[in-house]
Ligand binder design. Sequence first.
Ligand SMILES: Cc1cc2nc3c(=O)[nH]c(=O)nc-3n(C[C@H](O)[C@H](O)[C@H](O)COP(=O)(O)OP(=O)(O)OC[C@H]3O[C@@H](n4cnc5c(N)ncnc54)[C@H](O)[C@@H]3O)c2cc1C
Length: 373
Amino acid sequence: MADTPLTVIGAGVVGLAVAARLAPHARDLVLLDRRERHGTEQSARNSEVIHGGMYYPPGSWKARLCVEGNRQLYEFCARHDVPHRRIGKVITAVEDDELGPLEALLARGLANGVELRFLGPAEMARLEPHVRSVGALLSPNTGIVSAHGLMDALLAQARAAGAVTRFRSEVTALERTSAGWRVTVGRGATAESFTSEAVVNAAGLGSDEVAARAGIDVDAAGYRLHCCKGDYFAVVPRKAGLVQRLVYPVPGQVSLGVHAIVGLDGRLRFGPDVEYLEGRALRYDVDAGKRATFGEAVRRLVPAIADEDLTPDTAGIRAKLQRAGEPMRDFVIAEESARGLPGLVNLVGIESPGLTACLAIADEVARLLDVPS
Ligand SMILES: Cc1cc2nc3c(=O)[nH]c(=O)nc-3n(C[C@H](O)[C@H](O)[C@H](O)COP(=O)(O)OP(=O)(O)OC[C@H]3O[C@@H](n4cnc5c(N)ncnc54)[C@H](O)[C@@H]3O)c2cc1C
Protein backbone atom coordinates (compact mmCIF):
# COMPACT_ATOMS: atom_id res chain seq x y z
CA MET A 1 0.00 0.00 0.00
CA ALA A 2 1.11 3.55 -0.74
CA ASP A 3 2.13 5.87 2.09
CA THR A 4 -0.51 8.36 3.23
CA PRO A 5 -0.86 11.49 5.36
CA LEU A 6 -3.67 10.00 7.47
CA THR A 7 -5.05 6.58 8.37
CA VAL A 8 -8.38 6.04 10.13
CA ILE A 9 -8.72 2.63 11.80
CA GLY A 10 -12.35 1.49 12.00
CA ALA A 11 -15.23 2.13 9.62
CA GLY A 12 -18.03 2.41 12.14
CA VAL A 13 -20.01 5.64 12.33
CA VAL A 14 -17.20 7.43 14.19
CA GLY A 15 -14.38 6.41 11.81
CA LEU A 16 -16.63 7.23 8.84
CA ALA A 17 -17.46 10.67 10.25
CA VAL A 18 -13.74 11.32 10.86
CA ALA A 19 -12.88 10.16 7.32
CA ALA A 20 -15.60 12.34 5.78
CA ARG A 21 -14.43 15.36 7.82
CA LEU A 22 -10.70 14.94 7.13
CA ALA A 23 -10.57 13.49 3.58
CA PRO A 24 -10.77 16.94 1.91
CA HIS A 25 -7.63 17.96 3.86
CA ALA A 26 -5.65 14.70 3.66
CA ARG A 27 -5.06 13.48 0.11
CA ASP A 28 -5.60 9.70 -0.22
CA LEU A 29 -6.65 9.26 3.40
CA VAL A 30 -6.86 5.52 4.16
CA LEU A 31 -9.86 4.09 6.02
CA LEU A 32 -9.33 0.51 7.25
CA ASP A 33 -11.66 -2.04 8.78
CA ARG A 34 -11.18 -5.65 9.79
CA ARG A 35 -14.67 -6.63 8.58
CA GLU A 36 -16.02 -7.22 5.04
CA ARG A 37 -17.77 -3.86 4.93
CA HIS A 38 -18.37 -0.67 6.89
CA GLY A 39 -20.61 -0.42 9.96
CA THR A 40 -21.14 -3.98 11.19
CA GLU A 41 -20.36 -3.70 14.92
CA GLN A 42 -21.70 -1.18 17.50
CA SER A 43 -22.90 1.21 14.80
CA ALA A 44 -25.14 -1.48 13.29
CA ARG A 45 -26.60 -2.70 16.58
CA ASN A 46 -27.95 0.17 18.60
CA SER A 47 -31.19 2.03 19.38
CA GLU A 48 -30.70 4.54 16.51
CA VAL A 49 -31.71 7.36 18.84
CA ILE A 50 -30.50 10.92 18.29
CA HIS A 51 -29.99 11.72 21.97
CA GLY A 52 -30.70 15.10 23.53
CA GLY A 53 -27.78 15.18 26.00
CA MET A 54 -29.47 15.46 29.42
CA TYR A 55 -27.82 12.49 31.13
CA TYR A 56 -24.14 13.43 31.18
CA PRO A 57 -22.19 15.58 33.67
CA PRO A 58 -21.97 19.22 32.49
CA GLY A 59 -18.66 19.90 30.78
CA SER A 60 -17.98 16.24 29.94
CA TRP A 61 -17.20 15.17 26.36
CA LYS A 62 -20.44 13.17 26.38
CA ALA A 63 -22.52 16.22 27.31
CA ARG A 64 -20.83 18.71 24.99
CA LEU A 65 -20.46 16.45 21.95
CA CYS A 66 -23.96 15.00 22.31
CA VAL A 67 -25.60 18.44 22.38
CA GLU A 68 -23.47 19.72 19.49
CA GLY A 69 -23.71 16.40 17.61
CA ASN A 70 -27.52 16.39 17.91
CA ARG A 71 -27.72 19.77 16.16
CA GLN A 72 -25.19 18.76 13.48
CA LEU A 73 -26.83 15.40 12.86
CA TYR A 74 -30.28 16.85 12.10
CA GLU A 75 -28.67 19.29 9.66
CA PHE A 76 -26.58 16.53 8.01
CA CYS A 77 -29.57 14.19 7.68
CA ALA A 78 -31.71 16.91 6.10
CA ARG A 79 -28.92 17.86 3.67
CA HIS A 80 -28.05 14.28 2.65
CA ASP A 81 -31.54 12.72 2.68
CA VAL A 82 -30.73 10.36 5.55
CA PRO A 83 -33.99 8.93 6.95
CA HIS A 84 -34.69 10.42 10.40
CA ARG A 85 -37.56 11.81 12.49
CA ARG A 86 -37.57 14.28 15.36
CA ILE A 87 -40.24 12.32 17.26
CA GLY A 88 -39.37 13.47 20.78
CA LYS A 89 -38.95 11.48 23.94
CA VAL A 90 -40.47 11.28 27.41
CA ILE A 91 -38.63 10.20 30.54
CA THR A 92 -41.34 9.04 32.90
CA ALA A 93 -41.36 8.69 36.69
CA VAL A 94 -43.69 5.85 37.65
CA GLU A 95 -43.36 6.16 41.46
CA ASP A 96 -43.40 9.33 43.57
CA ASP A 97 -39.86 8.66 44.82
CA GLU A 98 -38.57 9.03 41.22
CA LEU A 99 -39.73 12.65 41.02
CA GLY A 100 -36.65 13.92 42.90
CA PRO A 101 -34.20 12.18 40.51
CA LEU A 102 -36.34 13.41 37.59
CA GLU A 103 -35.98 16.99 38.78
CA ALA A 104 -32.22 16.51 39.17
CA LEU A 105 -32.14 15.24 35.57
CA LEU A 106 -34.09 18.30 34.43
CA ALA A 107 -31.54 20.58 36.13
CA ARG A 108 -28.63 18.66 34.60
CA GLY A 109 -30.18 18.74 31.14
CA LEU A 110 -30.83 22.47 31.32
CA ALA A 111 -27.22 23.01 32.49
CA ASN A 112 -26.09 21.10 29.38
CA GLY A 113 -28.19 23.39 27.17
CA VAL A 114 -30.83 20.75 26.34
CA GLU A 115 -34.39 21.82 25.62
CA LEU A 116 -36.52 20.01 28.25
CA ARG A 117 -39.93 20.55 29.79
CA PHE A 118 -41.64 19.03 32.86
CA LEU A 119 -44.99 17.34 32.17
CA GLY A 120 -47.54 16.73 34.91
CA PRO A 121 -49.58 13.49 34.93
CA ALA A 122 -52.56 15.11 33.14
CA GLU A 123 -50.44 16.38 30.24
CA MET A 124 -48.65 13.01 30.01
CA ALA A 125 -52.02 11.23 29.92
CA ARG A 126 -52.96 13.41 26.95
CA LEU A 127 -49.64 12.92 25.08
CA GLU A 128 -48.98 9.25 25.93
CA PRO A 129 -52.18 7.76 27.37
CA HIS A 130 -50.74 4.20 27.60
CA VAL A 131 -47.61 5.19 29.54
CA ARG A 132 -47.55 5.06 33.37
CA SER A 133 -46.53 8.39 34.84
CA VAL A 134 -46.63 10.53 37.97
CA GLY A 135 -44.59 13.17 36.11
CA ALA A 136 -42.24 13.21 33.12
CA LEU A 137 -39.73 15.20 31.11
CA LEU A 138 -40.34 15.93 27.45
CA SER A 139 -37.29 16.22 25.18
CA PRO A 140 -38.59 17.53 21.84
CA ASN A 141 -35.20 17.30 20.10
CA THR A 142 -34.63 13.60 20.71
CA GLY A 143 -35.25 11.65 17.52
CA ILE A 144 -34.47 8.56 15.49
CA VAL A 145 -32.15 8.03 12.54
CA SER A 146 -31.24 5.28 10.13
CA ALA A 147 -27.72 4.39 11.28
CA HIS A 148 -27.02 2.62 8.00
CA GLY A 149 -28.38 5.54 5.99
CA LEU A 150 -26.09 7.85 7.95
CA MET A 151 -23.04 5.61 7.50
CA ASP A 152 -23.68 5.17 3.76
CA ALA A 153 -23.87 8.97 3.36
CA LEU A 154 -20.64 9.49 5.33
CA LEU A 155 -18.84 6.80 3.32
CA ALA A 156 -19.97 8.37 0.04
CA GLN A 157 -18.78 11.78 1.25
CA ALA A 158 -15.38 10.41 2.31
CA ARG A 159 -14.90 8.59 -1.01
CA ALA A 160 -15.99 11.62 -3.02
CA ALA A 161 -13.22 13.58 -1.27
CA GLY A 162 -10.64 10.93 -2.22
CA ALA A 163 -10.58 8.58 0.78
CA VAL A 164 -9.39 5.05 0.00
CA THR A 165 -11.24 2.25 1.84
CA ARG A 166 -9.73 -1.14 2.65
CA PHE A 167 -11.89 -3.84 4.23
CA ARG A 168 -10.81 -7.25 5.63
CA SER A 169 -7.79 -5.28 6.88
CA GLU A 170 -7.10 -5.73 10.56
CA VAL A 171 -4.42 -3.45 11.98
CA THR A 172 -2.06 -5.82 13.78
CA ALA A 173 0.87 -3.48 14.55
CA LEU A 174 1.50 0.26 14.87
CA GLU A 175 5.03 1.53 15.26
CA ARG A 176 6.29 5.09 15.65
CA THR A 177 9.26 5.75 13.30
CA SER A 178 11.14 8.88 12.26
CA ALA A 179 8.92 9.05 9.13
CA GLY A 180 5.64 8.80 11.04
CA TRP A 181 3.56 5.70 11.85
CA ARG A 182 4.35 2.29 10.39
CA VAL A 183 0.90 0.65 10.06
CA THR A 184 0.78 -3.13 9.58
CA VAL A 185 -2.33 -4.85 8.29
CA GLY A 186 -2.86 -8.62 8.41
CA ARG A 187 -0.63 -11.40 9.74
CA GLY A 188 2.09 -13.77 8.55
CA ALA A 189 2.91 -14.03 4.85
CA THR A 190 0.02 -11.74 3.83
CA ALA A 191 0.90 -8.90 6.23
CA GLU A 192 1.49 -5.51 4.56
CA SER A 193 2.89 -2.26 5.96
CA PHE A 194 2.80 1.39 4.96
CA THR A 195 3.69 4.72 6.54
CA SER A 196 1.13 7.26 7.69
CA GLU A 197 1.91 10.70 9.10
CA ALA A 198 -1.03 10.51 11.50
CA VAL A 199 -3.37 7.76 12.70
CA VAL A 200 -6.87 8.00 14.18
CA ASN A 201 -7.86 4.97 16.24
CA ALA A 202 -11.66 4.68 15.87
CA ALA A 203 -11.67 0.91 16.32
CA GLY A 204 -14.65 0.73 18.68
CA LEU A 205 -14.60 -2.56 20.60
CA GLY A 206 -11.00 -3.05 19.39
CA SER A 207 -9.77 0.46 20.20
CA ASP A 208 -7.98 -0.53 23.42
CA GLU A 209 -6.15 -3.33 21.56
CA VAL A 210 -5.10 -0.87 18.84
CA ALA A 211 -3.87 1.58 21.51
CA ALA A 212 -1.89 -1.28 23.09
CA ARG A 213 -0.38 -2.12 19.68
CA ALA A 214 0.86 1.48 19.50
CA GLY A 215 2.75 0.89 22.75
CA ILE A 216 0.32 2.26 25.35
CA ASP A 217 -0.11 0.42 28.65
CA VAL A 218 -3.92 0.42 28.49
CA ASP A 219 -4.43 -0.49 32.14
CA ALA A 220 -2.20 2.33 33.36
CA ALA A 221 -3.82 4.75 30.90
CA GLY A 222 -7.36 3.70 31.87
CA TYR A 223 -8.14 2.60 28.29
CA ARG A 224 -9.12 -1.04 29.01
CA LEU A 225 -12.56 -1.81 27.54
CA HIS A 226 -15.28 -4.09 28.88
CA CYS A 227 -17.85 -5.56 26.50
CA CYS A 228 -21.39 -4.96 27.69
CA LYS A 229 -24.13 -6.73 25.74
CA GLY A 230 -27.63 -5.32 25.39
CA ASP A 231 -30.59 -7.35 24.08
CA TYR A 232 -33.79 -6.05 22.51
CA PHE A 233 -37.29 -7.53 22.38
CA ALA A 234 -39.84 -6.53 19.71
CA VAL A 235 -43.54 -5.87 20.41
CA VAL A 236 -46.25 -7.48 18.24
CA PRO A 237 -47.28 -5.09 15.42
CA ARG A 238 -50.87 -4.65 16.69
CA LYS A 239 -49.51 -3.04 19.88
CA ALA A 240 -46.81 -0.93 18.20
CA GLY A 241 -49.10 2.12 18.23
CA LEU A 242 -49.36 2.22 22.04
CA VAL A 243 -46.64 4.90 22.22
CA GLN A 244 -45.96 7.84 19.92
CA ARG A 245 -42.58 8.89 21.27
CA LEU A 246 -39.47 7.24 22.69
CA VAL A 247 -40.28 6.32 26.30
CA TYR A 248 -37.52 6.02 28.91
CA PRO A 249 -37.57 5.29 32.63
CA VAL A 250 -35.76 7.49 35.14
CA PRO A 251 -32.16 6.25 34.61
CA GLY A 252 -30.22 4.06 37.00
CA GLN A 253 -26.49 4.12 37.77
CA VAL A 254 -25.41 1.68 35.04
CA SER A 255 -27.57 2.46 32.01
CA LEU A 256 -30.46 4.52 30.75
CA GLY A 257 -32.71 1.53 31.50
CA VAL A 258 -34.80 -0.64 29.19
CA HIS A 259 -36.77 1.82 27.08
CA ALA A 260 -39.31 1.92 24.25
CA ILE A 261 -37.84 2.58 20.83
CA VAL A 262 -40.09 3.56 17.98
CA GLY A 263 -38.39 2.61 14.70
CA LEU A 264 -38.48 4.49 11.41
CA ASP A 265 -40.29 1.40 10.08
CA GLY A 266 -43.02 1.78 12.73
CA ARG A 267 -41.82 -1.18 14.81
CA LEU A 268 -41.81 -0.89 18.59
CA ARG A 269 -38.92 -2.48 20.49
CA PHE A 270 -37.74 -2.45 24.09
CA GLY A 271 -34.15 -2.64 25.25
CA PRO A 272 -31.24 -2.80 25.66
CA ASP A 273 -30.62 -4.62 28.95
CA VAL A 274 -27.17 -4.84 30.56
CA GLU A 275 -25.06 -8.02 30.48
CA TYR A 276 -21.29 -7.77 30.83
CA LEU A 277 -19.45 -10.41 28.76
CA GLU A 278 -16.27 -12.24 29.71
CA GLY A 279 -13.47 -11.58 27.21
CA ARG A 280 -13.80 -10.42 23.60
CA ALA A 281 -15.80 -13.17 21.88
CA LEU A 282 -18.64 -11.08 20.43
CA ARG A 283 -22.01 -12.89 20.45
CA TYR A 284 -25.38 -11.52 19.44
CA ASP A 285 -27.84 -14.24 20.45
CA VAL A 286 -30.94 -13.06 22.34
CA ASP A 287 -32.07 -15.47 25.04
CA ALA A 288 -35.85 -16.02 24.82
CA GLY A 289 -35.66 -16.96 28.52
CA LYS A 290 -35.31 -13.24 29.31
CA ARG A 291 -38.90 -12.60 28.16
CA ALA A 292 -40.43 -12.50 31.66
CA THR A 293 -37.73 -10.12 32.99
CA PHE A 294 -38.20 -7.88 29.96
CA GLY A 295 -41.98 -8.08 30.37
CA GLU A 296 -41.69 -6.71 33.90
CA ALA A 297 -39.47 -3.79 32.83
CA VAL A 298 -41.78 -3.07 29.88
CA ARG A 299 -44.99 -3.09 31.96
CA ARG A 300 -43.46 -0.65 34.44
CA LEU A 301 -43.68 1.81 31.52
CA VAL A 302 -46.53 0.46 29.35
CA PRO A 303 -48.86 -1.85 31.33
CA ALA A 304 -50.85 -3.00 28.28
CA ILE A 305 -47.94 -5.06 26.90
CA ALA A 306 -47.97 -8.72 27.98
CA ASP A 307 -45.07 -11.19 27.98
CA GLU A 308 -46.68 -12.96 24.97
CA ASP A 309 -46.48 -9.70 23.00
CA LEU A 310 -42.66 -9.78 23.14
CA THR A 311 -40.28 -11.68 20.84
CA PRO A 312 -36.47 -11.77 20.97
CA ASP A 313 -35.00 -9.24 18.52
CA THR A 314 -31.42 -8.03 18.01
CA ALA A 315 -28.49 -7.45 20.40
CA GLY A 316 -25.57 -5.04 20.47
CA ILE A 317 -22.32 -4.80 22.43
CA ARG A 318 -21.19 -1.57 24.05
CA ALA A 319 -17.50 -0.60 24.39
CA LYS A 320 -17.49 0.49 28.04
CA LEU A 321 -14.56 1.83 30.02
CA GLN A 322 -16.28 1.10 33.33
CA ARG A 323 -16.72 -2.39 34.73
CA ALA A 324 -20.09 -3.64 36.03
CA GLY A 325 -21.17 -1.49 38.98
CA GLU A 326 -18.61 1.28 38.41
CA PRO A 327 -19.70 4.87 37.78
CA MET A 328 -19.97 6.19 34.22
CA ARG A 329 -16.71 7.10 32.46
CA ASP A 330 -16.35 9.80 29.83
CA PHE A 331 -15.18 9.24 26.23
CA VAL A 332 -11.39 9.16 25.73
CA ILE A 333 -10.51 11.60 22.92
CA ALA A 334 -6.76 12.15 23.05
CA GLU A 335 -3.85 13.15 20.83
CA GLU A 336 -0.97 11.21 22.33
CA SER A 337 2.05 13.56 22.01
CA ALA A 338 2.28 13.66 25.81
CA ARG A 339 3.04 9.90 25.75
CA GLY A 340 5.74 10.41 23.09
CA LEU A 341 3.33 9.24 20.36
CA PRO A 342 2.64 12.36 18.26
CA GLY A 343 0.10 12.10 15.47
CA LEU A 344 -1.87 9.30 17.15
CA VAL A 345 -5.43 10.19 18.15
CA ASN A 346 -7.18 7.62 20.32
CA LEU A 347 -10.98 7.42 20.49
CA VAL A 348 -11.68 4.86 23.20
CA GLY A 349 -14.88 4.01 25.09
CA ILE A 350 -17.11 5.66 22.49
CA GLU A 351 -20.31 4.08 23.76
CA SER A 352 -23.66 5.88 23.74
CA PRO A 353 -24.16 8.71 22.71
CA GLY A 354 -21.45 8.01 20.10
CA LEU A 355 -23.90 7.73 17.20
CA THR A 356 -25.44 11.10 18.04
CA ALA A 357 -22.04 12.69 18.66
CA CYS A 358 -20.16 11.30 15.63
CA LEU A 359 -19.96 14.57 13.65
CA ALA A 360 -18.93 16.56 16.72
CA ILE A 361 -16.29 13.93 17.58
CA ALA A 362 -14.94 14.28 14.03
CA ASP A 363 -14.63 18.07 14.52
CA GLU A 364 -12.74 17.48 17.76
CA VAL A 365 -10.32 15.10 15.98
CA ALA A 366 -9.79 17.76 13.27
CA ARG A 367 -8.98 20.30 16.00
CA LEU A 368 -6.49 17.91 17.66
CA LEU A 369 -4.74 17.36 14.30
CA ASP A 370 -4.77 21.11 13.46
CA VAL A 371 -6.97 20.59 10.40
CA PRO A 372 -8.77 23.79 9.35
CA SER A 373 -12.56 23.94 9.67
C1 LIG B 1 -26.90 -1.61 22.38
C2 LIG B 1 -26.42 -0.24 21.99
C3 LIG B 1 -27.32 0.82 21.92
C4 LIG B 1 -26.87 2.11 21.56
N1 LIG B 1 -27.78 3.10 21.35
C5 LIG B 1 -27.36 4.31 20.93
C6 LIG B 1 -28.29 5.33 20.61
O1 LIG B 1 -29.49 5.12 20.60
N2 LIG B 1 -27.81 6.56 20.29
C7 LIG B 1 -26.47 6.82 20.26
O2 LIG B 1 -26.10 7.99 20.02
N3 LIG B 1 -25.55 5.86 20.49
C8 LIG B 1 -25.98 4.61 20.80
N4 LIG B 1 -25.07 3.61 21.02
C9 LIG B 1 -23.66 3.91 20.89
C10 LIG B 1 -23.21 3.91 19.43
O3 LIG B 1 -23.74 2.80 18.73
C11 LIG B 1 -21.68 3.88 19.40
O4 LIG B 1 -21.18 4.92 20.20
C12 LIG B 1 -21.11 4.05 18.00
O5 LIG B 1 -21.73 3.17 17.09
C13 LIG B 1 -19.62 3.81 18.04
O6 LIG B 1 -19.14 3.86 16.71
P1 LIG B 1 -17.63 3.45 16.43
O7 LIG B 1 -17.40 3.78 15.01
O8 LIG B 1 -16.75 4.05 17.48
O9 LIG B 1 -17.57 1.88 16.71
P2 LIG B 1 -18.01 0.57 15.79
O10 LIG B 1 -19.27 0.86 15.11
O11 LIG B 1 -17.93 -0.55 16.71
O12 LIG B 1 -16.87 0.56 14.70
C14 LIG B 1 -15.54 0.21 15.00
C15 LIG B 1 -14.96 -0.50 13.79
O13 LIG B 1 -13.58 -0.75 14.04
C16 LIG B 1 -13.26 -1.99 13.43
N5 LIG B 1 -12.04 -2.52 14.06
C17 LIG B 1 -11.86 -2.90 15.34
N6 LIG B 1 -10.59 -3.29 15.55
C18 LIG B 1 -9.94 -3.15 14.37
C19 LIG B 1 -8.59 -3.37 13.93
N7 LIG B 1 -7.63 -3.83 14.77
N8 LIG B 1 -8.27 -3.13 12.63
C20 LIG B 1 -9.22 -2.66 11.76
N9 LIG B 1 -10.50 -2.43 12.12
C21 LIG B 1 -10.85 -2.65 13.41
C22 LIG B 1 -14.50 -2.86 13.66
O14 LIG B 1 -14.58 -3.90 12.70
C23 LIG B 1 -15.62 -1.83 13.51
O15 LIG B 1 -16.17 -1.81 12.21
C24 LIG B 1 -25.49 2.33 21.35
C25 LIG B 1 -24.59 1.25 21.41
C26 LIG B 1 -25.05 -0.03 21.69
C27 LIG B 1 -24.09 -1.17 21.65
